[in-house]
Design a protein around this ligand. Structure first.
Ligand SMILES: C[S@@+](CC[C@H](N)C(=O)[O-])C[C@H]1O[C@@H](n2cnc3c(N)ncnc32)[C@H](O)[C@@H]1O
Length: 192
């Protein structure tokens, strides 16, 4: 069996941490592919919160979720992921099973409108604050656009600086692929 691609492995890690009825967050909904994976993993009784700063991305995701008949279990927020902790209801704070990030720019759209290291790092901290024990944060990072390498470095340094007692942090990337392949960081909050 071939080694899982970065995106497949990210989805595998996020969905392995989720059970029906769980709460998940897509921090960068974009075209909604990751949101749909999460919505399927949490099932009818679960909830997914999704964030994006572009109205176009929110609409595209809304359409995708509706077409897959999972819109009712999702709440889409047109706003920055750095505010995610404030947007989530009190009942689900520290109860989130998975938070996914897919950084960079919206495919097929303005490639200069990208995630930025400063807000990304603040959103990553927010993501850890809402995780339940055993919950995971997945971060897919692209280095092929301007600002991408600096963001990848910032995410790596953030993950490497996390307490080993509180979190497991993993870096997953192919080292012999051409054309700036994506990279993944996965962080799991340890069970108490
Ligand atoms: C690579 S795309 C996401 C792809 C998406 N996950 C999918 O499955 O299609 C990155 C997205 O991050 C969004 N973004 C940029 N800055 C953001 C922020 N501060 N908060 C939330 N989303 C942001 C962009 O608008 C863009 O849609």
């Amino acid at each position: 069996m071939p080694i899982q691609s970065v995106l497949e492995f990210a989805h595998h890690q996020a969905t392995a941490a989720l059970a029906p009825g769980d709460v998940a967050v897509d921090a960068t909904v974009g075209n909604g592919h990751d949101t749909l994976v999460l919505a399927r993993a949490v099932g009818e009784e679960g909830q997914v919160f999704g964030f994006d700063v572009q109205r176009e991305a929110i609409q595209e995701t809304r359409d995708r979720l509706a077409a897959a008949d999972v819109a009712e279990r999702t709440t889409l927020v047109h706003g920055g992921h750095e505010g995610m902790a404030k947007e989530l209801p009190a009942a689900v704070q520290e109860a989130v099973g998975a938070v996914t990030f897919n950084l960079g720019y919206l495919p097929g759209s303005d490639s200069t409108l990208t995630t930025e290291p400063e807000t990304t790092l603040s959103a990553l901290d927010a993501a850890l604050s809402i995780l339940r024990p055993g919950g995971v944060v997945t971060v897919v990072v692209y280095t092929g656009h301007e600002g991408g390498p600096a963001e990848a470095e910032a995410v790596d340094a953030w993950a490497a600086g996390l307490s080993q007692e509180a979190f497991q942090a993993l870096s997953y990337r192919f080292v012999n692929q051409k054309n700036d392949p994506p990279q993944l960081v996965v962080v799991q909050k340890r069970e108490e």
